[in-house]
Every structure is written in C-alpha cells, then in structure tokens.
Design a protein around this ligand. Structure first.
Ligand code: SAH
Ligand code: SF4
Ligand code: F3S
Length: 484
C-alpha cells in the first residue's frame, strides 16, 4: 500500500487532481504562534496554502510540521468527490482528540469544503472555530482575532477580482527546484458533474506582469521549473484596457494577453527555466499554444488534456463542450505539431449517469487511440448542487462503476507501459529534483514529458540538468544512467 501511495504521489505531482495530502514544512523565524496546514485536493489548494502561510507569517505565525505543536490547525479542503470530504471529516474527528488535550488550539477549515458548506459546517463539526472560502484568505487575520475573542468566524464571500497577485507565497514542502504559480482562479465552465464553479467562483486571470515577476524571482532563487496553474489555462485572458493597467508593452494583438502569449513570456525568462502548465481544456486549447510549445525547448512537452469520457453522448450530458471527434482532432494537432514524444495525459470518469456498457467501451477505445502516458481515473461521485445532481439520476450501481473503473485502470497501466517502452534506449534531458525516494545513491528527476526518471547519482546534484539514457521501465517510472 505504501508503495502504491508513493507511486501515486510521484505521478501526482505537477498535475492537478489527486487525493494526496500535503502538510506544512517547518518555517521558523522566531514568531510565537505556530500554524499547521494540511492541504487536500488539487495543486490549486497546495498553492493557496502557500499564500495563507505568507499572509499569516506577517501576522506572527510560523509554520510547523508537527500538529501537536500547533496553536492553529488549518485543513485546506477539497469537495471534488464525496470521498474527499469524508477524509476531511475523519481528520476533524482525529483532531478533536488532540484538542481535548490542548483546548486553546484553534481549528479552521479552508478551501472548497468551507465554501460549499459554509456555516453548515460549524453546525455539523463542533470542533471547527473558523471557516474561510478560497477568496477570503486576506481576511484570515481578522477572522483569527474574532476567534481569539471567543466567537466563531466565517467568511465565504467569493470575489470576481481576487487573484492574490501581490502576495509572495511562502514555499512549503519545496524541493527548491520546482514550483507552482497560480495564473488564474475559478472556472466559468459548467461541467455538469463538477463542484468547482460553486466552490471557486467565477474565472479570473492574474496580471501577467506579476506572474512573470514571480517566475523570474523563483529562477533567481535557484528554481528551475515552474508549473502554471489554472482549471482551464487555455481561457487565460488579460486585457490591459479592462484592467486599466498599462504595465506591459502592448505587443500582443489588441493589448490582450492570451495563454500562448503568457507561456512565451515565461519561457523567455531563461532557457534553463522549464515551464509546465495544467490543466488544458480540449474545447479551448489552440494551435497557438502548441506552436509556442514547439518554438521553445524549455516549454515541456506534456499536455494534461482530460477527456472524461470517450462517448459523445456522455460528453454532451457532462456539458464538456466537445465531442469524441473534436477531441481526437485536437490530439491529431498535438501529434502533428509536437510529434509522438509529447506526453498526453488525461482524467477519466467511469459510470456517469446513464452510461451504457457500450459507451464505457468507447472510453476504452479512445484511450487506445490516444495512447495516454498517464491518467487520473475516478468513478462518478454525485455532488450536491451540480447540474448533474439536479437534472440526472445517479443510476449506475456502485459495483458497475467500480468494474468499469477497474477496466479503465487496467487499460491505462497497459498503455503507460507501452508508452514507457518507447522511451527505452533513448536519451532524455532530465531536471534533477533530488535523491530518489528509495535510495540516497540514486537521483530522481523528470524528462520533458513529465515522466519520473531514476538513475545512479554520479557527481550530479539537484537543480542540474543531465542527459540520461533509459534502460528499463515500470508503468510509472523510467530507470537509466547518466551519459554526459
Ligand atoms: N479543470 C479540470 C478538472 C478539475 S477537477 C478539467 O476540466 O479537466 C479534476 C478531475 O476530477 C476532473 O477532470 C474529473 O475527472 C474529476 N471529477 C470532477 N468531478 C467529479 C465527480 N463528481 N466525480 C468523479 N470525478 C470527478
Ligand atoms: Fe470543473 Fe469543468 Fe471547470 Fe474543470 S472545466 S473545473 S471539470 S467545471
Ligand atoms: Fe481543487 Fe478539490 Fe477544490 S480539486 S478546486 S480542491 S474541489
């Protein structure tokens, strides 16, 4: 089981949706009060926790990795599937035990579950003192004072403007080599299964100037890879006029910076700074983005392009805005512009409302056609308030959902092995992230396609690039040796 978790963690990093948990690292600058944050769900939450740590650091909090030392415990939560919420409730139960021993400990719930349940969560989970939604983190100092004074505190207002653009995140759990940068917040798509538009609010893009500055500062501090994050990066849009800020020279048409422009701006910071991004939306990804990737060696050749289903009828019910044919056409463009070596990864949902066995088979056949390198795979979990919960019946029995999911996982494992075998005996440029988890004598990094590569360390160090010839592989990892 532990191996499995490790593998999932390795594969999960750099991609948006996982069910992994991250806790804060120690950050001690002599501040008196100690903050412990546990983050669930996607990379956006992990990135938000770094903003929270930054805001509270100025308020006299240091972070701790030891929950027992904490004066303030924050759970930054996820609502994407029922299981994600259940995990948080179990965790609150456990924290209840700790609070009995240390009653002055303050407990706050942040993120998507806070936003979805609002004050209901205070009624349901008596241990919770503070609730703050994803757009309310600037208000945390005030909310904490309210709790200090003996009352419960709640702020779940969603904003149309907040991007935390001016807040320099405290990098938690950092390897010092790779970092995430939020480029936008919220989501304006209404995929019928998805709770995110309700928990994260309207889509808004962050000032490109602040993104480029953050990426440049990271590079100057020794970081060598940034991942630009958003629920749908292809709809990134910044208009000088709308935002009334003439900070950027207007080289892009009409003063509008789109995602392809932004990618190029970040890629131009330095050839040794790798750029990744997630998540691309099949209905919005443009050839301009693919051409920008082809033009810059340091934009990594990997696209996370979640399909969800291989059936056009199910995609329509999901309100995804594309058909199977459209999706396959986008994949054709990726292959034409970026070649076979570009990694393509996906998310899949098994057993959505009314899905027939034949439609499930269409998902399997699409997977075969695309030859995904990796996928995050889930069975459908109905979320209250979503379009699907209102309009359709969650009518596929759990055992059938699980059976279909198993088949999808089996197919993906087969495809991952196949794709990894294509990497054998080839030379890969790897950015070294640190020692391998299993042995200090080995280093671990990623190739451009985001695959984990493990090799004997030689004289190389983390943060350096090295050429590795791949000699063997598992479905999740490539193994090789340095050749330069
Ligand atoms: N913005 C991204 C996805 C974010 S949520 C996109 O549009 O692709 C991450 C993944 O969780 C989704 O791609 C989907 O596969 C899965 N997911 C979302 N809601 C779900 C639900 N109700 N049940 C099961 N899986 C779900
Ligand atoms: Fe959810 Fe769809 Fe938005 Fe992704 S694009 S976050 S699946 S609503
Ligand atoms: Fe992310 Fe989960 Fe919210 S996937 S956006 S933390 S619902």
């Amino acid at each position: 089981m532990e191996n499995l978790i490790q593998d999932i963690e390795i594969l999960g990093e750099g991609r948006i949706p996982t069910e992994e948990v991250k806790t804060t690292a120690d950050y001690n600058s002599g501040n008196k009060r100690k903050l412990y944050i546990e983050s669930y769900g996607c990379q956006m939450n992990f990135s938000d926790s770094e903003i929270v740590a930054s805001i509270l650091h100025k308020e006299g909090f240091d972070t701790t990795s030891d929950i027992a030392q904490a004066d303030l415990i924050f759970l930054n939560t996820c609502s994407i599937r029922e299981k994600a919420e259940q995990t948080v409730r179990n965790r609150l139960n456990h924290i209840n035990g700790l609070k009995k021993k240390k009653p002055e400990m303050m407990v706050g719930v942040l993120g998507c579950m806070a936003e979805r349940l609002k004050t209901k969560l205070l009624e349901e989970e008596k241990i919770v003192d503070l609730i703050a939604g994803p757009d309310a983190y600037r208000d945390l100092p005030q909310l904490i004072s309210q709790v200090d004074e003996g009352s419960k505190a709640v702020n779940t207002f969603l904003s149309r403007e907040e991007t935390y653009a001016d807040i320099s995140p405290v990098r938690l759990n950092s390897n010092g080599v790779t970092a995430f940068i939020s480029i936008m917040r919220g989501c304006d798509n209404m995929c019928s299964f998805c709770v995110v538009p309700f928990t994260r609010g309207r889509e808004r893009s962050r000032d490109p100037h602040s993104i480029v500055t953050e990426a440049r500062q990271l590079f100057e501090q020794g970081y060598r890879e940034v991942t630009l994050l958003g629920q749908n990066v292809d709809s990134y849009k910044w208009s000088e006029e709308e935002n009334n800020k003439a900070r950027l020279e207007k080289i892009e048409a009409g003063g509008v910076v789109n995602f392809a422009n932004l990618l190029e701006r970040v890629a131009q910071i330095h050839p040794n700074l790798r750029v990744r991004f997630s998540t691309s939306h099949p209905k919005d990804i443009t050839d301009d983005v693919l051409l920008a990737m082809a033009k810059h060696e340091n934009i990594c050749k990997n696209i996370h392009l979640p399909v969800q289903s291989g059936s056009s009828r199910i995609l329509e019910l999901m309100n995804r805005g594309y058909t199977r044919e459209w999706y396959l056409d986008r994949v054709k463009s990726i292959r034409a512009i970026l070649g076979d070596e570009c990694g393509i990864t996906s998310d899949m949902i098994a057993g959505f409302c009314t899905e027939t066995d034949e439609e499930h088979q269409q998902t399997i056949s699409l997977m075969e056609q695309v030859q995904y390198d990796f996928s995050f795979m889930f069975f459908y979990s109905e979320r209250p308030g979503t379009l699907a919960a209102k309009k359709y019946t969650d009518d596929i029995p759990l055992e059938i959902k699980k059976k279909r999911l198993d088949e999808i996982i089996k197919k993906q494992t087969e495809l991952s092995t196949l794709r990894n075998q294509k990497d054998l005996n080839k030379i890969h440029k790897v950015l070294i992230e640190g020692p391998s988890r299993r042995s200090e004598d080995f280093l671990q990094g990623r190739n451009s396609a985001n695959k984990v590569v493990i090799f004997p360390k030689g004289t190389k160090k983390k943060g350096e690039y090295t050429n590795v010839v791949v000699e063997s592989c598992s479905p999740a990892t490539l193994f090789g040796r340095i050749i330069d």
